[in-house]
Design a protein around this ligand. Structure first.
Ligand code: NAI
Length: 363
């Protein structure tokens, strides 16, 4: 029988309610406890994942399957993988398995499988990106704070409020999320650009009405708004540093719902403070949970706005939780049945080697 370890975020009293849809919490355990226990398997669930004596560290030594989410990631470092002597399968309930040291995973116990639920929350994130672009460009946050304070000063907030129509928006990567962002932006009447190693099909490109750029730097120089939608890997870690941000238009907006470590947080905070960036928004941080003194919690532009950061929530809407819980169950079924008939697009590493998705291949 198999020991399954889940590292999930705590949902507190709201998740404990019978009808709560917060499936991705320690209270609801992706809805999988009774299903696993009926088959004789053991399930241990915790949110305690950081520090040497965390419950995660204690329980992983004999777990065969570890399930975690990008929202509250149980970081599977090389050190932790070396301790996980029974581990065979690591599932990401969501998308993005950068919390696992993939090189080490390929060598752990003859090569473990790392799988994620591809596609499960791409619509959820695309909607959040469009919302964040609008929130920033329409100067929403300072305006709302003003009315809450009891003030009324239209000029103070209208001065930095713009229309999205007519602006140039570019996405770094046009995978499942990036493409959906462009599709949703089409009716706003923007000029749409993308940078990706893999082009969209000509048909998709024509339907959306977007243009592929040969170089990232060139695209950044043309954009009023840049949205980051690539995975975190060796080539994108720290990509948006001082030098790259310098290539962006002064007064442009940067939206990051991909991964916190794709940007150098201090450099983004500095760019916001100087007004190089008029706004920064999104939901991803490194590490997570974000420390209280993380500079992007409070950084603002010189006019006192421009920050649209929230906790990692875009891909964990109630609808998304239903989909990634279901997808996790399907991956578990493939493993527990012994068939190992996974959806190829869910595999990150498998049989001691990188699956195509690890390289960012999307088809
Ligand atoms: P996908 O696999 O469909 O597409 C990824 C795309 O990135 C591919 O087209 C690939 O060619 C491109 N790419 C890779 N490296 C690149 C680079 N250096 N420059 C330009 N393009 C590059 O992935 P999907 O589903 O669109 O997700 C993208 C990322 O979004 C995930 O890896 C994850 O980190 C993040 N994400 C965040 C969520 C959230 O809740 N905030 C939820 C889901 C995903």
């Amino acid at each position: 029988m198999v020991k399954v370890l889940m590292v999930l975020y705590d949902g507190g009293k709201i998740a404990a309610e019978k009808d709560s849809g917060l499936l991705g919490t320690t209270q609801k355990e992706l809805g999988l406890r009774s299903w696993l226990e009926e088959q004789g398997h053991t399930l241990v669930t915790t949110s305690d994942k950081d520090g040497e004596n965390s419950q995660f560290d204690q329980e992983l030594v004999d777990a065969e399957i570890i399930i975690t989410t990008p929202f509250h990631p149980g970081y599977l470092t090389a050190e932790r993988l070396a301790k996980a002597k029974n581990l065979k399968l690591a599932i990401t309930a969501g998308i993005g398995s950068d919390h696992v040291d993939l090189n080490a995973a390929n060598k752990t116990n003859g090569g473990i499988t790392v799988a994620e639920v591809t596609g499960s929350n791409v619509v959820s994130v695309a909607e959040h990106v469009v919302m964040t672009i609008l929130i920033l460009i329409r100067n929403f946050v300072p305006a709302h704070e003003q009315v809450e304070r009891g003030d009324w000063d239209v000029a103070a907030v209208a001065d930095k409020e713009f229309d999205l129509a007519g602006k140039t928006v570019g996405t770094v990567a046009v995978g499942r999320i990036g493409e959906r962002v462009l599709q949703r932006l089409k009716p706003f009447g923007c000029r749409l650009l993308y940078y990706d190693y893999q082009p969209l099909s000509e048909e998709a490109q024509n339907t959306i009405g977007c243009k592929r750029m040969d170089s990232l730097e060139e695209m950044l120089g043309e954009c009023d708004v840049v949205t980051i939608n690539c995975p975190l890997h060796e080539k994108t870690k720290g990509l948006f540093n001082k030098d790259l941000i310098e290539k962006m238009r002064t007064g442009s907006y940067l939206i990051n719902t991909a991964r916190g470590a794709i940007v150098v947080k201090e450099d983004v905070a500095e760019a916001l403070k100087s007004g190089k960036l008029a706004g920064y928004g999104g939901d991803v941080w490194f590490p997570q949970p974000a420390p209280k003194d993380h500079p992007l919690r409070t950084a603002k532009n010189p006019w006192g706005g421009g920050n649209a950061m929230v906790p990692h929530m875009s891909g964990t809407s109630i609808d998304a939780q239903r989909r990634y819980a279901k997808g996790t169950e399907e991956i578990l079924k493939s493993y527990l049945s012994g068939k190992h008939d996974y959806r190829p697009e869910d595999l990150i590493v498998h049989n001691g080697d990188y699956a195509t998705k690890a390289y960012g291949q999307r088809k």
